[in-house]
Design a protein. Structure first.
Length: 386
């Protein structure tokens, strides 16, 4: 294979990979509805890459007005889309404004430059803009992936393909400064162009595979969350709360205390019978919202069934649990349910218990808290009992 043919073959391979990736990402966004915002951004990044390289290959065949400045701007835009897609995967936020600003600045810098003769400055602008966008995206991905690890094995190294793309574009920029005799035309047979295209082909494959894996991780986390959350109130479901309680009791056996606050909405059946089940659901959601300020990040808030909830308070004794429960009681009582232009008073009863040395498991503590809740109901409701 002659050298020019080899360059064109590599360019065609990158265009093909980007084209196939565009179709795959579009299918994920529009058909499977998997991370649609991030998937659309990735589809756009690959489509722009294929279009920019396609126009580059067609220089001399199509008019220069279509294949020169537009191709370079599209190349920068492809990196901008990729840099915006990464946060969309890790944080569900698509930060398009900074990326769009880089594309606009690059387009304005490229506009007055001549495309006949020396085109090294065009190559430098494109390479510098791409490196800036990729370094920003890789740092953002690294930070967010470390946070997502939440103390476990960090997936932050998954951001390395973005670092490598940034490094590749930086080397392309430096090469244009150190070896000004090199041409910016990727079709021209040269060692630097050959190395660049091989690296670009590998990284195009790697970046799409890595980001697809990140999307899959996000989907798995979402499924895990759905499996452990109550769909009505977004608190822990019974299974997830029991697991948290068992873990807390295991820590208690090693010397770490915990307490439970059982919560039961008062006269919930009467509310349902009078206003309907939709109002009952709204009352439960409102109560959970009112109680959230009392729940620390380390606490576990779960729905045990019906109108009954429980809060697990690590490193808390009975006195601390009593203070938390009293604050919760006051918050629920102070805010009536507004339903169909009328106010319905809400209140809840609370039972508290602390883990004790004789407790064989968390179920024993839960049983004492439940017994205390029953006494609170017998006492007239809207009270805290231990």
């Amino acid at each position: 294979m002659t050298a020019p043919s080899q360059m064109l073959t590599l360019l065609a391979a990158i265009i093909t990979v980007a084209g196939v990736a565009t179709v795959v990402w579009l299918s994920m966004a529009l058909l499977a509805r998997i991370a649609p915002r991030a998937s659309l951004a990735m589809a756009g990044a690959n489509a722009l890459t294929a279009l920019a390289l396609g126009l580059h290959v067609l220089r001399g065949v199509l008019p220069d007005a279509l294949t020169r400045w537009p191709a370079d701007v599209l190349a920068v835009a492809s990196f901008a889309m990729l840099s915006a897609a990464v946060p969309a995967i890790t944080t569900r936020h698509l930060p398009w404004r900074p990326a769009a600003a880089v594309v606009a600045v690059a387009a304005l810098l490229l506009l007055p430059l001549p495309y006949d003769g020396d085109r090294r400055w065009q190559d430098r602008i494109v390479s510098a803009a791409a490196a800036l966008l990729m370094f920003a995206a890789s740092m953002s991905a690294w930070r967010h992936l470390r946070v997502a690890a939440d103390g476990g094995r960090t997936p932050a190294p998954l951001a390395s393909p973005l670092f490598l793309i940034a490094l590749l574009m930086t080397l392309r920029f430096v090469d244009s400064l150190l070896q000004p005799g090199n041409t910016a035309d990727l079709r021209a047979p040269s060692r630097s162009n050959l190395a660049f295209l091989w690296a670009a082909l590998v990284l195009t494959l790697l970046q799409n595979a890595t980001l697809a894996f990140l999307v899959l991780m996000r989907l798995i986390r979402r499924i895990e969350r759905l499996m452990e959350r109550d769909p009505l109130t977004d608190t822990l479901n019974r299974r997830a709360f029991d697991q948290a309680l068992a873990q807390a009791h295991a820590w208690f056996m090693r010397g770490r205390s915990y307490a439970l606050v059982m919560i039961d909405m008062d006269r919930f059946k009467q509310l349902n019978d009078t206003l309907g089940h939709a109002a009952g659901d709204a009352a439960l959601r409102q109560m959970v919202t009112e109680l959230q300020p009392c729940v620390r990040e380390v606490d576990r808030f779960g729905r045990l069934g019906g109108e009954e909830f429980c809060v697990l308070l690590p490193d808390t004794g009975i006195a601390g649990a009593a203070l938390v429960a009293e604050r919760m009681r006051a918050l629920v009582h102070e805010t009536p349910l507004r339903w169909l232009e009328q106010d319905w008073p809400l209140s809840a009863s609370f039972g508290i218990a602390e883990a004790e040395p004789g407790d064989a498991n968390g179920a024993a503590v839960l049983a004492r808290a439940d017994a205390a809740l029953y006494r609170a109901k017998k006492q007239g409701r809207n009270v805290v009992q231990e």
